[in-house]
Design a protein around this ligand. Structure first.
Ligand code: ADP
Length: 320
């Protein structure tokens, strides 16, 4: 149909989630295999809501890689931008759910296939056909994937796409906190829309305050919209002309995995249909309420992808 395409670039991997929460990895009685990776979650969040998306990235030519490509396909995500590496294996993450519902990660990446994507392998035609190009920062950590990321971003921008950035900090993956901060900020000026979590705001500003002043220190004239997500407190938004907060929905949270990706997918799904959302505070607040509802619903089920809502789920939470 005529909906604008959202292209999501980066990693897709398998999260091994313990079948019991509040235990260490070694104490886990067993694991569930949960597909994940923020950019892939965002792509599926979009199609679940009835939008159109494509995933661009590299997977291992192994059982896990083909399983992941199959999951994208089953969810209606365009897979024409997926490459398979003949040598390296698909990335794996081991997730520990703490008793409070927050999660901790350990990664298998030495190197994993996603890190080996080369600029020459990019499906440029697909990238140029996107109205929004979304990405994270894990693909900036090493070459050649870093060059592929920078190239894809430039190609999308030159083709007139809006650029959407969720740094999605996974600190243990970076050589050092300084390098993470530097690399994450090095592409700040390219984006039109940036979403950070409260934790990322603290990390990037080096301040322990989560307020307008610290958020505004991440503002650039090149930006159209800066968002700070605050978990159960909702989100704050900043534009050239206005800023404010939209409260979260009260739900029974059991696992917050994917809440931020669900939030971003919901936002992009709306923005791709109507760019004026970015300039009209009333429209923006309505869309952020919708995105908050998506994030909230995602916390009510285990895992990210199985927990991503449909439009009907969201409307039913909003109506109460
Ligand atoms: P991230 O997953 O990137 O850390 P957040 O945890 O802040 O992002 O979640 C993104 C959005 O999802 C929040 O802005 C909020 O609207 C919703 N959300 C997250 N956690 C909860 C919660 N416990 N209760 C209600 N809504 C939540």
């Amino acid at each position: 149909d005529g909906k604008g395409l959202i292209v999501s670039f980066g990693e897709m991997l398998i999260d091994f989630v313990p079948t019991a929460s509040g235990v260490s990895l070694a104490e886990a009685p067993g694991f569930l295999k949960a597909p994940g990776g923020a950019p892939a979650n965002v792509a599926i969040a979009v199609t679940r809501l009835g939008g159109r998306s494509a995933f661009v990235g590299k997977l291992g030519d192994d059982e896990f890689g083909h399983m992941l490509a199959g999951i994208l396909k089953q969810n209606g995500v365009n897979g024409d931008g997926i490459n398979f590496d003949q040598g390296a294996r698909t990335a794996l993450a081991f997730v520990t759910l703490r008793a409070d519902g927050e999660r901790e990660f350990m990664f298998y990446r030495n190197p994993s296939a996603d890190m080996l994507l080369q600029p020459e392998e990019l499906n440029l035609e697909l990238i140029r056909s996107g109205k929004i190009f979304h990405y994270g920062s894990i693909s900036l950590i090493v070459e050649p994937c870093r060059s592929a990321h920078l190239r894809a971003m430039q190609v999308a921008k030159d083709a007139g796409a809006l650029l959407s950035y969720d740094p999605n900090l996974r600190l243990p993956l970076w050589p050092s906190p300084e390098e993470a901060r530097e690399q994450i900020m090095s592409i700040w000026d390219m984006a039109d829309i940036i979403k950070v979590s409260d934790v990322e705001l603290e990390f990037l500003t080096g301040s322990d305050k989560i307020d307008d002043e610290s958020a505004m220190s991440l503002w650039r004239p090149s930006l159209t919209l800066l968002l700070v997500t605050l978990g159960e407190k909702g989100c704050r938004y900043y534009t050239k002309n206005f800023h404010g907060q939209v409260e979260a929905f009260h739900v029974d949270t059991i696992d917050t995995t994917g809440a931020g990706d669900s939030f971003v997918g919901a936002l992009l799904c709306n923005v791709v249909e109507d760019h004026s959302i970015l300039e009209d505070e009333g429209k923006l607040r309505k869309v952020l309420k919708f995105a908050n509802a998506c994030g909230a619903i995602t916390t009510t089920k285990k895992g990210a992808i199985p927990a991503l809502p449909t439009e009907a789920d969201v409307l039913s939470l909003i109506k109460g």
